[in-house]
Design a protein around this ligand. Sequence first.
Ligand SMILES: Cc1ncc(COP(=O)(O)O)c(C=O)c1O
Length: 400
Amino acid sequence: MLFEGLTTPSPDPILGMAARFNADPAPDKVDMGIGVYMDDHGRAPVLESVKQAEAKLLKDQSSKAYLSSAGHETYNHHIRALLLGTDHPAIDRARTIQTPGGTGALRVAADFLQALKGACRVWIPDPTWANHRGLFAGAGHSVSTYRYLDAETGGVAFEAMMADLAPLGPGDVVILHGCCQNPTGADLTPAQWAEVGELLRARGAVPLIDIAYQGFGQGLDEDAAGLRLLADTQPEMLIASSCSKNFALYRERVGALTLVSQSAESADKALGHLLPVVRANYSMPPDHGAAVVAQILGDPDLRALWIAELTQMRERLIGVRAALAGAMNQTGGRDYGFIARNRGMFVQLDLSPAQVDYLREHEHIHLSRSGRMNVAGLNRGNVARVGAAVGRLLRGAAHG
Ligand SMILES: Cc1ncc(COP(=O)(O)O)c(C=O)c1O
């Protein structure tokens, strides 16, 4: 018997959060839970650039026949350039395949490592995106953590991170967030990227850059600066990227896995080993979302429209981060300047699950029980109230 006698699993925390938000009747409820970008009206709309690309596709697409395990070749070409920059010297020794979202890229990377090397030691930051551990442990790797957040400053605990990575060995894989670290919003400086790169290189460890928010931090090129720096110095690396957020294509499942090898020849060979991993899994990725992205990136007008829409999203995030920091600072607790200094959608606060429950039940502010807030749920109408409520709660806790 397969299904008899199973225990009842604990409910998915993310789905539970969404259900609680939907069930909250308060008119001024605030959704800071799931990692989706929302506009000033709390909506997650389809981008205008996507709408126009879809209209073109509907008119022009002539076949739905199978593609290959690598997916949409034009998309792969554009994504590689978006990540590395068109004139990066590593571009000739990089190969990209389309994957079902950033999650698909990470899972394919995990299976690829397993196929090439067997179980590896995979290092993930603490804290990190909730799915990293499950993805790599699920593919049979052993997962270790390195400290990442300095709770005092809200920035990167760089010394602790380097101390924890000291035991790195050859073939170890180190996951680094490309930008807008989820959940802290704290990113490495260029000097810190260089130092991490030196350590990895010296130890023969492989970086795996997970970049799910390119363009949400400081700009498309600025947000890729860390991975481009590593591509300069590392003989080999992997990059898992996502178009879920920056193209708002979440449910279309658009991502990519890029490998960088020592030479074009070895990159082609590695690609030859990667494709059977995909073939034996989902055979090939779904086309539509990637076809939309390829259409946008290949058309100068659509590309300019998309960049304008992305800029608007980024600037709104920067604005609400500053407003939240200001509102929380007014409550007279600690200095919350790090909220304005950090980037992307997320802020990690030192809130206990009980405090998160309190905010939900008494203030109708919904966030993850880990203390992670998605600031995209804030707008001009609610940021002062949220900042005051959260700041007061944290100050009360700090003062016993
Ligand atoms: C750090 C990080 N990596 C990967 C992903 C996966 O994104 P996707 O929805 O494209 O699978 C996310 C999504 O939240 C993320 O935050």
